[in-house]
Design a protein around this ligand. Structure first.
Ligand SMILES: Cc1cc2nc3c(=O)[nH]c(=O)nc-3n(C[C@H](O)[C@H](O)[C@H](O)COP(=O)(O)OP(=O)(O)OC[C@H]3O[C@@H](n4cnc5c(N)ncnc54)[C@H](O)[C@@H]3O)c2cc1C
Length: 549
């Protein structure tokens, strides 16, 4: 329990995070019992401000939640009309035929959406049903009851000085207590990380795997824009240096959603994911598409990639992990929104039944059961070996085996490989700088490619500068003493927002953290090879504003 005196509010279910998972849970709770008191707390300045996705949207979660979403005006209108998969070399791109791929890989019947807009729409639906949705409220602490179960969160603490002491405009925030607390913070949530550790929820699971996804929105020449076209690309620029791939989705209003996901298990610490993305845009095929257009927004966010075998136990005493906080991203399909929504629905159904039976603060085993055997499991299990196969056999052979494995799993529910394991964490996969070549990246030209700080200004990121730095070093000496000599301090490269710098001074190198630039992607918390950086929430309302990402 925190030592500061705070007002407490008692509700039925407290939900941390107004992404697709948290909002779906809120809506389903109200659908099941309109008298339930449900509160959703969101750190972004508005609902959707911190939601960053591709996004090709599989509507299975939305169909289950709001079957008449079309009549209700959901911002889900651009149907996929053309789906292509390209293997890239530096100068060329070869279309791979789609027919050998299992049907689960098809994007037909899916929609190109802005998930920020979809989240805002879900927020409106929730509020219309009586859910209390509070944006600008960062949940900074968990509160436990006498039996060690989670009973609530601290939300809305504002106005601390840089040294952590209360400033003149200090607001202690309040405690929100619930019969159940849902943690729907997305990838690598700070409260999720705490509960996973406290209850050893990942005890017999593989380490979670991640990627960092970077995305720009471009307005392109209408002559070149083909609304409904979805392109996924592999190969160059990452080649053998890292796994991952690019995407280009032709959305409405001549917009192109362009991005690159770089998997964080790369070994070469000199790799610079942001610069890989920038040089990707100079590929002749992509450059031709972008020329004459303009970049209107930028953002970055981690994604989970471990899938089925890395999902921690989702239910814990007093609450549950939802969506990407439990790692529901389908790596092969590059989709997580539908599963985030389905997990929210399942958690809500378990909690509503438990509350009806006058239970509270216990473990929602019915939710765990649904996650392991229901629609999320059916989506994730058939692709569980794709990532380990690509890691083990490389892009071409690995994808060949993965295709075969997805077919046998889809047709017969059987895999020749059983369930392959992920071995190391992404942090532990990082190799020593001396064992790898430096990579020479071309300078951004300011037309197709941009330097990091210019791009960060296109994420509308803002942090009140007088607050404490929300990126904590367990040991302040490690960046210069350990990471610099051994790994050439990769934080200066893996962060897609230029938060970390090594400055040369008269007294030698100095590590600087520009937390004001942080776009809340969480890559530092994941990839730091010394696991020395802890991402915590800054005060509510700060961070990027992705609006239409
Ligand atoms: C580049 C990229 C491309 C992608 N492409 C696709 C795609 O094409 N199709 C697809 O289906 N999926 C895609 N995904 C994955 C998809 O975006 C995620 O699976 C989905 O967003 C997960 O939803 P969520 O609700 O679990 O988490 P999020 O959408 O991350 O929402 C979590 C919310 O919780 C809030 N929050 C976090 N911590 C706190 C706290 N302590 N207090 C208060 N609020 C908090 C955050 O601000 C955020 O609003 C992509 C992801 C990325 C990064």
């Amino acid at each position: 329990m925190s030592e500061i005196e705070r007002e407490a509010m008692e509700v039925d279910v407290v939900i941390v995070g107004a992404g697709p998972a948290g909002l779906s849970a809120a809506i389903r709770l109200k659908q099941l019992d309109e008298d339930l008191m449900v509160v959703v707390l969101e750190k972004g300045s508005e609902v959707g401000a911190h939601v960053l996705s591709g996004a090709v949207f599989d509507t299975s979660g939305l169909d289950a939640l709001v079957p008449d979403w079309k009549d209700k005006g959901a911002p889900v209108t651009t149907e996929v009309t053309h789906d292509e998969f390209v293997m890239m070399t530096e100068k060329h791109g070869m279309n791979i035929p789609l027919w050998p791929m299992p049907p689960l890989m098809s994007n037909h019947g899916k929609y190109i959406v802005s998930m920020g807009q979809v989240a805002r729409w879900l927020g409106e639906q929730a509020e219309a049903m009586g859910v209390e949705v509070y944006p600008g409220m960062a949940c900074s602490e968990l509160i436990f009851d006498d039996n060690g179960a989670v009973k609530g969160v601290v939300a809305g603490e504002f106005g601390k000085e840089a040294d952590g002491t209360p400033g003149p405009a200090y607001e202690p925030g309040m405690e929100l207590h619930g019969k159940y607390v849902f943690i729907a913070e997305g990838v690598r949530g700070s409260l999720a990380k705490e509960v996973i550790g406290k209850y050893a929820l990942d005890a017999d699971k593989c380490p979670q795997k991640f990627g960092v996804g970077m995305k720009e929105i471009w307005e392109i020449d209408p002559e070149k824009h083909k609304e409904g076209t979805v392109t996924h690309a592999m190969g160059w620029p990452l080649g053998g240096n890292a796994s991952g791939g690019g995407f280009a989705y032709h959305a409405e209003n001549n917009q192109l959603f362009l991005g690159l996901v770089v998997h964080l298990n790369y070994e070469n610490p000199h790799l610079y994911p942001y610069m890989e993305f920038q040089r990707m845009k100079h590929h002749p095929k992509i450059a031709a598409l972008l020329e004459g257009g303009k970049r209107v927004a930028y953002g970055a966010r981690a994604v989970t990639a471990g899938g089925w075998q890395s999902m921690p136990k989702a239910a814990f005493p007093g609450g549950a992990l939802l969506g990407e906080s439990v790692g529901v991203m389908n790596y092969a399909r590059i989709k997580g929104n539908h599963n985030a929504m389905l997990s929210g629905i399942a958690a809500a159904e378990a909690a509503a039944a438990a509350i009806k039976a006058e239970r509270s603060g216990d473990v929602l085993e019915a939710y765990e059961e649904d996650l392991r055997s229901g629609p999320v499991a059916k989506d994730l299990k058939p692709v569980r070996n794709v990532k380990p196969l690509v890691t083990k056999f490389g892009l071409h052979l690995g994808l060949g085996f993965a295709g075969l494995d997805m077919w046998t799993n889809s047709l017969f529910g059987f895999s020749f490989f059983g369930t392959l394991k992920h071995k190391k964490s992404d942090a532990a996969a990082t190799g020593k700088a001396k064992d790898f070549k430096k990579i020479d990246y071309p300078k951004p030209d300011g037309k197709l490619s941009f330097d990091r700080l210019t791009n960060v200004s296109f994420s509308a990121t803002n942090h009140e500068e007088s607050q404490p730095c929300h990126l904590h070093l367990k040991d302040a000496s490690i960046p210069i003493r350990v990471n610099l000599p051994e790994f050439d301090e990769p934080a200066v490269r893996y962060c897609p927002a230029g938060v970390y710098e090594v400055l040369e001074g008269d007294d030698g190198p100095k590590f600087q953290i520009n937390f004001q630039n942080c776009v809340h992607c969480k890559t530092c918390d994941i990839k730091d090879p010394s696991q020395n950086i802890t991402w915590t929430v800054p005060q509510g309302g700060d961070g990027p504003n992705y609006g239409n990402m």
